[in-house]
Design a protein around this ligand. Structure first.
Ligand SMILES: [Fe+2]
Length: 270
């Protein structure tokens, strides 16, 4: 890996993102308090087990239960339509969708700042901005809620994301950590007016910037109240996909930090 290339970058939250993230998080908390049958009205493609569009509850054996809600600009018309069809539509859901719509635009701006910084400072990233933003990329906002009553010390096991830049726009508590290059766990420095942006495995394949290994640990507060967060994932639209059947969770934490491009190519359909 390139010794000069940072694993993540702190990015100032845009003025819009500061209030939008707060409002969207409030809306998400209220959404989570709604009855299950109302929440499930927003599960798009519910019959498809691999589809994660809209709202989902996950309660897999061995994992702490969580619920999440995926929003993209392409999904918004369907989500608004479902909101209108609710018998007793909840004004907070309307607010949450509107905030998500605007937050996707702000997240785009911050991801752009990140790739432009890499373009100027990291060899191999010269075309990253163009490769993402000139080809109709998809940005996905993920509202996440780990339910209270944590059983384990770790809410999200160590992992890397799959695609391009990831932004953590809102975290209700501390506990988001990254693995540094010496393989020690450290707190990701976000909060106040700053967020962090880091790349996923496809970005590493394209640019050489290592995908950041990260995890979420439980705290006394998350055990009592749960944990709420908002993350934005950005895809690299033209790049090869990770091979079907490869589960990144099967690899050890930080496995990718020293991998060459040819080693990485074994993981992709190229
Ligand atoms: Fe992640």
């Amino acid at each position: 890996m390139n010794g000069q290339t940072p694993l993540f970058l702190q990015i100032p939250l845009t003025d819009g993102a500061k209030c939008l993230a707060r409002e969207a998080a409030d809306g998400w908390r209220e959404f989570c308090n709604m009855p299950t049958n109302m929440k499930q009205l927003f599960s798009i493609g519910d019959e498809d087990p691999v589809c994660d569009d809209g709202y989902r509850m996950r309660n897999n054996p061995g994992e702490d239960p969580k619920e999440f809600f995926h929003v993209t600009h392409a999904l918004l018309p369907e989500l608004y339509d479902r909101f209108r069809r609710c018998e007793r539509n909840h004004p907070r859901v309307r607010t949450m969708l509107a905030m998500a719509d605007a937050l996707l635009v702000e997240a785009n701006e911050m991801a752009y700042q990140y790739t432009e910084h890499l373009k100027r400072n990291a060899p191999g990233c010269e075309n990253l901005t163009r490769d993402i933003f000139a080809h109709g990329h998809t940005a996905t906002l993920r509202f996440l809620h780990y339910l209270p009553g944590t059983k384990s010390d770790i809410l999200a096991m160590p992992h890397i994301d799959k695609g391009g830049p990831t932004l953590h726009l809102y975290e209700s508590d501390t506990g988001l950590e990254y693995l540094d290059q010496g393989k020690s766990w450290r707190e990701l420095p976000l909060g106040g007016d700053l967020t962090v942006c880091f790349g996923g495995l496809t970005q590493q394949y394209v640019s050489g910037v290592p995908a950041l290994c990260h995890r979420v640990i439980a705290t006394a507060r998350t055990e009592a109240e749960g944990r709420f967060s908002i993350v934005c994932f950005t895809e690299l639209p033209l790049e090869p996909k990770i091979k079907r059947g490869i589960r990144l969770s099967q690899f050890s934490a930080g496995f990718n930090y020293n991998m060459s491009k040819s080693e990485l190519s074994d993981l992709f359909d190229v």
